[in-house]
Design a protein around this ligand. Sequence first.
Ligand code: BES
Ligand code: ZN
Ligand code: ZN
Length: 529
Amino acid sequence: MAASIVKRVSRVKKLNISHISARYKLLTGFRHFSTSKQWNKALVLGVYENESTDSIDFTGTARKFDEKADGKISQLLLTVKKPLKCGKTRTLHAVDPEFSSVLVTCIGKRGEGYDELETVDKGRESIRAAVAKAVLQLRELGENEIEVDSCGDTEASAEGCHLALFSYDDLKAEKSRKPAVRISCATRYSQDKNCMEEEWRKGAILAEGQNLSRRLMEMPANLLTPTKFAEIVKEQLADKCEVLVRDKDWAESMKMGSFLSVARGSVEPPVFLEIEYKGRQSDSPLALVGKGVTFDTGGISIKPSQGMDAMRGDMGGAACVAGSLLSVSKLQLPVHVKAFIPLCENMPSGSATKPGDVVTAMNGKTIQVDNTDAEGRLILADALCYSEQFNPSLILDMATLTGAIDVALGAGAAGVFTNSDDMWNKLQKASVRSGDRVWRMPLFNHYTKKITECQLADLNNIGGSRSGGACTAAAFLKEFVNNKNWLHLDIAGVMSNSGDVAYLGKGMSGRPTRTVIEFINLMSKETKN
Ligand code: BES
Ligand code: ZN
Ligand code: ZN
């Protein structure tokens, strides 16, 4: 969101702010800056971890600033004995006439990169975390314009700042909201300013996509109904993508009996979104599919009430698809993407599906619904079948599908089930860059047997026991896919952040949006897509 803050400021100056409707502000998190506001400028500089007590290992940009300030920054840092450790900061005031605060943040050891066991680029992750901490501290100090060191990786630096400054406080009183902050890259000493600006813009757009996912996931389910989700997606993507909003009659005509069996318990009408981004002409688009349960009560197999509010985020797969498309289209990646998003509520009512009911999916397979809380796989079954009609070169689905994946992996990584080693390698490569990790899980026949042993129908929607719950869910989805390049991402474990990721605040995470954007970027380099 903050990625476009600077641009929006100039637009706001031209517009009469009062004409911008409260509704638009509520839905988009639109913020404006008062023109009478005093700018409090601050600077973030990076240093590497260094044992020496008589020298500072500055980044290139930080060294230039120190030289310009006649070495005042290094002098002040060296007045205390203890060198800065990774993730720690020092805030200096009155060192430069232009900035009220200069915050020095430690970005870890010089030269740190890919860590094989951790499957992450530690250098990039340290930069994201270090600048995130810095900008949040400066916002607390009342600074509202911050220039940030690229820290040797401009894209990661931009990602860290823009992700950290996100907060969903649209529904709070003005005085309780986080103040808006203008953020930019410290390019003035760069050899190639344009290149740096371009990298910064890319990082900001990656973060903007994830922030859209977070905002959609965080929105309460009474405001974010299937209909409203479609409206927001149209508003966000319509100028770059074609957005088709299909209704219940359409889903009936497509014989999506599995999807409709979930929607029938709610008074909110279901919606099936079909989105197309054509960054290139091709007959075989990349297909994205996202679970869009805007609230999951469990249906007749109702969930316990404790923590049920989190089920407003059960459209996390759909949100990540929308967020990914926003970034892919803003980056104008040369790729053809088609997205399919089934949206509905899972509610108990007199018209809800009952345990033991049998429904028929679009491909004709019959399903015995023994647990109405295993609804994600039911709506995805039809969406996956439908996506196959477009001759996709790959199908990637994302879903907050099972509590079992959270038991298995926690928030450490999204679980990935795929029939393609090549796709797996590319997705993992993308996740190393994004820092938002993935971990491969099995698609053995062992799990398929659990869902094909069924009394009344071709398939049962649950595996019979709790064991391997994420794997039986994936095995169920496999029954609806023929594509040789299929990836299913179970993102229930990474749905929210409770402090594990330093540069994401607490709340809905929008993970793994940036990994998927990077993956699409990698795929766009292959000519056939
Ligand atoms: N939406 C849930 C999965 C979930 C759990 C998402 C925790 C995010 C956080 C899903 O629809 C569900 O309820 N799955 C059941 C499946 C079971 C009935 C086989 C589960 O995981 O318990
Ligand atoms: Zn459920
Ligand atoms: Zn669910």
